[in-house]
Design a protein around this ligand. Structure first.
Ligand SMILES: [Zn+2]
Length: 282
């Protein structure tokens, strides 16, 4: 625990003073599983299978049954809406704070989106039937699922507003910040093709927008399959959606789950409160 907090402080200190502090970037392992008491976690662990996923791996296709349930320990998974004309756009991004297909507890159902790994990672997976049985037995599992469900809804609402109201450069900066929260350093393993799909624009628009971000100093370098970011500068380019969304999700996870270390949450929430422009609502 101490190492986790120290590591977070070191990485924060290396960034600009003005960079947004978020509990999302700290620690390792799945945050929902980490929040479960041992007895409740024990309802799941005998059935877990450990898997790795590579970039572009399709974990769930649109219209597939939501089975199995994945608990990512690392990496980033994008949920993509496929349009009939072949265009795709991301609706949400998930890392180790989430559980893919956890909504299967509501009953057998089909996925409305395609889940694609954007950053390689590892996950524990369990059959939807075993997960549902544990969910019915454990109040702690029901709690982590409902916190996660509310955070996904929050993200969906902000992404919907962002897509309707904000410019491409602000939106792309927001997705890059969301990816950065799920990657250990400032070099994001993302292609321009993947960025085009996340933002829902053509490759030529990505090329133009990247040159704007480079001019602003928000992207010091980029090349085949990577984008290096300067987080503090990228935050200045991003629309308000990232900070609005992230402070609400941080607060929810810090106040309602035991997983993030209390000292880290205190630091994160007081940092949010200290920013006059993004005061945490009480
Ligand atoms: Zn926005």
């Amino acid at each position: 625990m101490v190492n986790e907090i120290d590591g977070f402080r070191r990485s924060s200190a290396a960034r600009s003073q003005e960079s947004i502090v978020t509990a999302h970037r700290a620690g390792t392992g799945n945050r929902l599983l980490a929040a479960l008491p041992p007895a409740d976690l024990g309802l799941l662990t005998p059935y877990f299978q450990k898997v790795s996923f590579e970039p572009d791996a399709v974990l769930v296709r649109s219209d597939d049954e939501l089975d199995p349930v994945y608990f990512p320990h690392s990496g980033a998974i994008a949920f993509m809406l496929d349009m009939p004309d072949g265009q795709t756009v991301a609706t949400t991004l998930m890392g180790r704070e989430g559980a893919l297909a956890s909504f299967s507890v509501l009953g057998p159902s089909l996925s409305s989106v395609t889940a694609i790994a954007r950053v390689a990672g590892k996950a524990s997976l369990i059959s939807a039937a075993k997960f549902r049985a544990a969910f019915e037995q454990s109040a702690a599992i029901r709690n982590v699922v409902q916190v996660h469900a509310r955070s996904v809804l929050l993200q969906l609402q902000h992404v919907a507003a962002c897509n309707a109201l904000h410019r491409v450069d602000g939106r792309m900066a927001r997705w890059l910040l969301q990816l950065h929260d799920r990657v250990p350093d400032d070099r994001l393993p993302v292609t321009q093709e993947a960025l085009a799909q996340l933002v829902g624009v053509r490759r030529t628009t990505v090329t133009l927008t990247m040159s704007k971000l480079r001019e602003a100093g928000a992207v010091p370098s980029d090349g085949r399959g990577f984008v290096e970011i300067d987080r503090a500068r990228l935050e200045k380019v991003a629309c308000d959606c990232y900070s609005l969304m992230q402070r609400k999700i941080d607060r929810m996870y810090c106040e309602e789950l035991a997983a993030p270390p209390p000292a880290l949450c205190e630091q994160t929430l007081s940092a949010w409160r200290g920013r006059a422009d993004v005061a945490v609502p009480r």
